[in-house]
Design a protein around this ligand. Structure first.
Ligand code: SF4
Length: 386
């Protein structure tokens, strides 16, 4: 695989995938395995991969260690990983360096030592503070454990903490969801991701749903939860900057995730990690064994790649733009794709403006609070006209 590094409009980000979990959650479709005996071989291969990847000609200003459960790594392993990254890449002094934390896997000492190694942002996978909901999700921690870990993270010196929550769970009431939001806000997180539970095909949870082993929450209730989340968090001073993401002031935004939404290059390392460079997307093999073997034989573990066509780029710019608060930047969109935006999308624009789902102000085309509820179908209507 030849991955030339050119054409950087912005600082790229680095994503590291840690494909190990203590136990698989039934709703999850991320690649990970529970055989942690493979961790040392993975770590060796990861450090080798970092040394094999060409160094970008411009500095990187984000590192995101995700998974899987990266907080299964010891502080020593995180230190080794970061040292290898800092040696190979020009990581800026003010880089945002995030690790995803599963509350069932960390002590205060570990969090402190992560901090000393260079981690300056935590994304804690709380999912819920309600133990019944956590049991349904198959999580390895309780609500009180998650709360204790957030407190430990504060004492360990982190001021940039994001929390992940899931709503739309079977049997979850609007009040129970509001309760989760209240509890989360007691910890003054800089960032909140509020995801609606999805039943990804092939997951055990999707299978259980097809077997009628539980009743999914109605679309209507899920919609009410979405609007409640928006109103509640805005009233508390958060901005709804992406369909599932809220930040306390601009500095609370995830610098790294914004790269995915704005077509900024990123380099993915580790099994199943995706990269995006020079309009090419490529991804590593989704197997720890294959990954290790590939690196041992001196080859980059890239499974496949695709060069995005102009049409694909336009579709992504619409889909991702409509999910963000800033919407689609019409001037930039027109300059990039050489089209007259209003002319091309006239019918879908006027229909959704009349319904109050979309606004076109200045050079921005953005969904309203209610329009965000229908983001996928509105984006689909645009895409039909590409
Ligand atoms: S801990 Fe996270 S990555 Fe692992 S199975 Fe659960 S949701 Fe998936």
């Amino acid at each position: 695989m030849n991955c030339e590094l050119e054409d950087y409009g912005n600082f790229p980000g680095i994503y590291v995938h840690v494909p190990f979990c203590r136990r698989k959650c039934p709703y999850c479709n991320f690649y990970s395995i529970t055989d942690t005996k493979r961790l040392p071989a993975y770590m060796d291969a990861l450090v080798d991969e970092i040394q094999m990847v060409p160094k970008p000609p411009v500095p990187c200003d984000t590192v995101y260690i995700g998974g899987g459960t990266p907080s299964l790594l010891t502080a020593r392993q995180i230190q080794t990983l970061l040292e290898a990254l800092f040696k190979q890449f020009d990581v800026t002094g003010n880089a945002e360096i995030t690790i995803e934390v599963n509350p069932g896997t960390v002590s205060e000492d570990k969090l402190k030592r992560y901090h000393e190694a260079g981690i300056n942002r935590l994304n804690i996978g709380v999912q819920s503070f309600n133990d019944d909901m956590l049991e349904f999700l198959g999580r390895i921690h309780s609500g009180s454990k998650a709360a204790a870990v957030i407190r430990r993270a504060r004492s360990a010196g982190y001021d940039n903490i994001g929390l992940d929550l899931i709503c739309g769970l079977p049997g979850q009431s609007i009040d129970a969801w509001r309760g989760d939001l209240y509890t989360a806000l007691e910890f003054l997180p800089a960032h909140l991701s509020c995801y609606l539970l999805t039943y990804a095909p092939g997951t055990p949870l999707a299978e259980q749903m097809h077997q009628n082993r539980f009743k999914p929450l109605s679309e209507k209730t899920c919609g009410e939860m979405f609007l409640l989340t928006h109103d509640f968090l805005l009233a508390q001073g958060y901005e709804h900057y992406e369909i599932s993401n809220f930040a306390y002031a601009e500095r609370g935004r995830s610098r790294h995730n914004q790269k995915y939404w704005h077509h900024v290059p990123y380099i993915g390392l580790g099994p199943a990690a995706h990269s995006y460079l020079n309009r090419r997307r490529y991804w590593n093999v989704s197997s720890v064994n294959q990954y290790v073997d590939c690196i041992k034989s001196g080859k980059l573990p890239v499974e496949a790649s695709e060069d995005l066509t102009v049409e694909q780029e336009m579709i992504e710019a619409i889909f991702l733009g409509l999910r963000c608060r800033e919407g689609i930047p019409v001037d930039l969109f027109e300059a990039r794709f050489g089209i007259d935006f209003q002319n091309r999308f006239h019918s879908v624009l006027s229909r959704n403006q009349e319904s109050g789902y979309l606004s076109l102000t200045g050079d921005r085309c953005a969904l309203s609070r209610k329009g965000l509820l229908y983001a996928d179908s509105i984006a689909e209507a645009f895409i039909q006209m590409v």
